[in-house]
Ligand binder design. Structure first.
Ligand code: FES
Length: 116
């Protein structure tokens, strides 16, 4: 679902970078999750099998390192799910647990080659 851009308000722009380097710049809706925004805009590489319940880990993304403090770290249940992922990196997050805010305007996340 893509909402029309309301006049005068700038939507945060998120860049998703596929494993092969293809970039997708998306104007994201504040309050949506990073996972849902990717799915709604046809960004490949995020499955989101559990619908955002933090129980599948198929929405794994890597937050660009200069964004990690703004985005923050994983919560306890997200941490447990990430631990199951063999491709986990120190800046891995589950994108269903990241809510879009105005502060995330310009955020860049990288997508893994495969979701496990
Ligand atoms: Fe399942 Fe994120 S969509 S853990």
């Amino acid at each position: 679902m893509i909402s029309p851009k309301s006049e005068g308000s700038k939507m945060p722009t998120i860049t998703y970078v596929e494993h092969n380097g293809t970039e997708h710049q998306i104007e994201a809706e504040v309050g949506a999750t990073l996972m849902q925004t990717a799915l709604d805009n046809g960004v490949p590489g995020i499955d989101g099998d559990c619908g955002g319940e933090c129980s599948c880990a198929t929405c794994h993304v890597m937050v660009k390192e200069d964004w990690t403090s703004t985005v923050g770290g994983p919560n306890e249940s997200e941490e447990e799910m990430l631990d199951l992922n063999p491709e986990r990196l120190s800046y891995s997050r589950l994108s269903c647990q990241i809510e879009i805010t105005d502060d995330l305007d310009g955020l860049v996340v990288e997508l893994p080659e495969f979701q496990f």
